[in-house]
Ligand binder design. Structure first.
Ligand SMILES: [Mg+2]
Ligand SMILES: [Zn+2]
Length: 213
């Protein structure tokens, strides 16, 4: 049986949220209020990202440097990625944040070979722009519809493990046959009665995936 592992990026692959790092430093206006209002259902994630990206103002180079100085990989991720490679497991990242932060971090870590999907972000002068290349009409949660990637990998590889931590993973939580959750996502699954396995470290993910090989 072939196996794929689909993983969230911010606070899953990394220990910090790269989009929050940008907003904290470079957003003009109360971006956290937008985040809270999105949590309460006033905005979708897509609408919130659109508003928040428009708040960002700064020198793109300084923004990249800031992201690189703040965001680190969660311990054990590189070993996990190598383990996937050695075992011919397809590893893919899906993120619902500011997409340009992902190749920045992956390149620094020497693992830019890992495929990813996210929202497309770029700069025009000192302004951030965003486009939603992976939105799916009817997706109730995401701007980058994570369940569509789960379905795609499912049809290509058969078994898919999903690994996540946060609100942007709620879309896939009820659909993944192998769900590894922590933090907000684990609490959400408890509340909704969704079956999951709790993970804390990347070695937990290796241990779980090994049972499927
Ligand atoms: Mg996350
Ligand atoms: Zn979706």
């Amino acid at each position: 049986m072939d196996l794929a592992i689909l993983v969230d990026f911010d606070n899953t692959v990394t220990s910090q949220d790269a989009s929050y790092a940008i907003l904290d430093r470079f957003a003009e206006g109360d971006w956290r209020r937008i985040e809270e209002e999105a949590f309460r259902g006033k905005y979708t994630i897509l609408e919130a990202l659109e508003i928040q990206s428009r708040m960002v103002r700064g020198d793109p180079k300084a923004i990249d440097e800031h992201v690189l100085s703040i965001v680190s990989l969660r311990e054990g991720f590189l070993e996990f990625a190598n383990w996937c490679r050695e075992n011919s497991i397809h590893l893919e990242i899906c993120s619902d944040g500011f997409g340009h932060t992902i190749p920045l971090i992956l390149k620094r870590e020497g693992c830019e070979h890992i495929p990813y999907t996210s929202n497309h972000t770029w700069f025009e002068g000192d302004r951030m722009r965003i486009a939603f290349d992976h939105k799916r009409e009817g997706c109730p949660v995401n701007a980058n519809c994570k369940c569509s990637h789960l379905e795609r990998l499912g049809s290509l590889y058969g078994d898919v493990i999903y690994v996540g931590d946060g609100a942007t993973d709620a879309c896939v939580a009820g659909k993944a046959s192998h769900l590894l959750a922590r933090d907000w996502l684990a609490a959400y699954c408890n509340e909704k009665g969704i079956q999951y396995t709790e993970w804390k470290e990347w070695t937990d993910v290796i241990e779980y995936a090994s049972t499927l090989l």
